[in-house]
Design a binder for this molecule. Structure first.
Ligand SMILES: *[C@@H]1O[C@H](CO)[C@@H](O)[C@H](O)[C@H]1NC(C)=O
Ligand SMILES: *[C@@H]1O[C@H](CO)[C@@H](O)[C@H](O)[C@H]1NC(C)=O
Length: 584
């Protein structure tokens, strides 16, 4: 355990060295106000989230069909270490255990997604309904309700049935709209007597761009400059179709609400006095959040997207824009089809204007004419892309308020990861992240933004798409090397629990005591985990003796890498001492 933790120390050390180089950076310029003590409106809903492919496992059990993620992750070289979601957290078998964890937090809601191919193995309703899949979600919903937690259910969290990909090309094909609304209708029919909160799509930007532009996600297509726009066009229409279906066929009986969940970074101009930067930063947000929110709330794609993609398409010799258009009938059909707006948010970028000529190679990224930057002082505890910039959250929420007519907002995803090498349950950095981001959310509510709920992302460590299990977002640590997949609370569980039970941050004295208490409890969990890991490692060494070749890679990561890092720390220390002595 100590060895694997040295990797983290190594990382922190590099960061410190990195920071000392940029002394001239003015931190005060970026001080966005102090901590705000206060509580959330009465009835504010606290929850945690997950998604089917990331947590369920049981990828080929009880009649489930294959999804594009099953196929994609089984292709070598697509996911880090060629890992898959085949078993993941085994959430499929652990409904009761996981709901007990939620109960411990005293949550009011749980956000999860339904795996389309688990209940419709080919994706097509008229082919076959898998009753065993239906039963799994029935049980999950029932146990949640028995424990007084509201299910918030996502219909599409990226696991398209593989058959629909093979036969039709997935979201490139307009026929997905019909198949998706059949699937949604089945869910309303079977679960809608108990589920009152529906999310059609989770983070469709990622489905479009990473699925059909960069190919980093399933189905792995690289149709640069057009695939993402076409996928998004069909997704927006499918969302609207499902909302209308609910509105006309189910709402009067079931009395629920239907929305969409959009995940977006905040974009802050590098130079707020430079109009070009200000416009570039707005473009950054319009090309992510606005792409979907603007048709749904305002009736069409953002003007700046239409202008830029039309201009670039013309430069590329195309006679029509690569961005599809909605007919006026479609515009009015799509406008107003979200009873609430789900917002996922993790990080922020500085943005500056940058002309990106792309005469022969159209792409989503070059259409935006901008460059993204990060401040090296921003904390970066886990994923490469995830810098903790709490004030960006408040700005994004205020942007939503002004652009889309102050809609009712559910925060559907917010959280931070850590590097997997470090099995450390005392996750001070996550506590800090949640504390500050939730505080900015509170400030946004004081600004008049209409936020009704908050969902921490995520309940468990889980399969992180192309990053496999190398990044951990959980409040609970999952030991994936143990076949029972035991869960251990990180310190952030205790801290989040305090925020929930106080419905915010009552006063400084009390809030200060939470961190101390959270850190006390995690050390005993750490010991438990360490003991268990030693047992697992011993078992692995035994396996090593019997099967030296297969475990060679594991040896490298478990022993050689930490050793190199320890050396790196020692060398840096010597170097620092040398510098200090010279300075004296
Ligand atoms: C993953 O698969 C690729 C392609 O077959 C292979 O080159 C690579 O070594 C594999 N990685 C691991 C960690 O097994
Ligand atoms: C959509 O699917 C149909 C049926 O397979 C096919 O004929 C058509 O070419 C597809 N369209 C696209 C854009 O892939």
């Amino acid at each position: 355990v100590m060895l694997s933790c040295s990797l983290r120390m190594c990382h922190v050390f590099m960061l410190v060295l990195h920071l000392s180089k940029s002394e001239d950076f003015n931190w005060a310029k970026n001080d966005h106000g102090s901590f705000y003590y206060g509580t959330f409106p009465a009835g504010f809903s606290w929850g945690v989230g997950s998604s089917a492919y990331q947590t369920e496992g049981a990828w080929d059990r009880d009649g489930k069909g294959m999804s594009i993620w099953d196929v994609f992750s089984h292709r070598q070289g697509k996911v880090q270490h060629n890992e898959t979601g085949d078993s993941s957290c085994d959430g499929y078998y652990k409904v009761k255990d996981d709901i007990a964890l939620m109960k411990e937090l005293k949550l009011s809601h749980y956000r999860f997604s339904i795996s389309w191919p688990r209940i419709l193995p080919t994706g097509i309703k008229s082919n076959h309904v898998n009753e065993k899949g239906i039963k799994y979600y029935d049980d999950l919903i029932n146990v949640l309700l028995e424990n007084k937690m509201t299910p918030i259910v996502t219909l599409y969290h990226w696991d398209l049935p593989q058959t629909l990909q093979e036969k039709f090309g997935g979201w490139q094909n307009i026929s997905m709209i019909g198949y998706f609304s059949d699937f949604a209708g089945l869910c309303f029919e079977r679960f809608g007597n108990r589920v009152k909160h529906w999310i059609t799509f989770s983070h469709p930007w990622s489905v479009a761009v990473e699925g059909y532009e960069t190919g980093k996600h399933a189905p792995g297509m690289q149709m640069k400059g057009s695939g993402a726009y076409r996928a998004a066009h069909h997704i927006i229409k499918a969302h609207a179709r499902v909302w209308h279906m609910y509105d006309s066929q189910w709402r009067s009986k079931q009395k629920g609400i239907v929305g969409i969940s959009l995940t977006a970074d905040w974009g802050e101009p590098v130079d707020i006095l430079d109009q070009k930067d200000v416009e570039a930063a707005e473009r950054y947000v319009q090309f992510s959040l606005g792409w979907f929110a603007s048709p749904i709330f305002n009736g069409d794609y953002p003007q700046v997207m239409k202008d830029f993609i039309t201009k670039k398409s013309a430069q590329q010799g195309l006679t029509t824009s690569r961005l599809p258009t909605f007919s006026s009938q479609e515009k009015s059909y799509i406008k107003g089809t979200s009873d609430f707006l789900g917002i996922g948010h993790f990080t922020t970028r500085y943005v500056t204007q940058k002309n990106i000529p792309a005469i022969n190679s159209p792409s989503f990224y070059s259409d935006r004419d901008l460059a993204e930057l990060v401040d090296p002082q921003w904390p970066d505890p886990g994923s490469e892309w995830l810098y903790a910039v709490p004030w960006g959250f408040r700005r994004l929420l205020n942007f939503v308020k002004t652009q889309y007519g102050n809609p009712m907002i559910y925060v559907t995803e917010n959280g931070v990861s850590e590097k997997a090498m470090c099995t450390e349950l005392c996750d001070k950095w996550r506590i800090q992240y949640y504390k500050e981001y939730i505080n900015e959310l509170l400030k946004a509510i004081k600004d008049g933004v209409n936020v009704r709920s908050y969902t921490a992302w995520s309940l468990l460590d889980k399969f992180e798409w192309e990053d496999g299990y190398s990044e951990r977002f959980g409040l609970y640590y999952v030991d994936f090397r143990n076949k029972n997949k035991p869960r251990y609370p990180k310190a952030s569980v205790q801290y989040y629990k305090k925020i929930i039970s106080s419905n915010g941050f009552p006063n400084q004295r009390e809030v200060d005591s939470w961190m101390r208490k959270a850190m006390e409890t995690c050390s005993s969990s750490n010991q438990l985990l360490a003991a268990e890991e030693q047992r697992t490692t011993a078992a692995n060494i035994l396996r090593l003796i019997h099967d030296p070749l297969a475990s060679h890679m594991e040896m490298v990561t478990e022993i050689v890498v930490p050793t190199v890092c320890t050396l790196c720390i020692l060398l840096s220390a010597v170097f620092l001492m040398f510098l200090l002595r010279r300075h004296n």
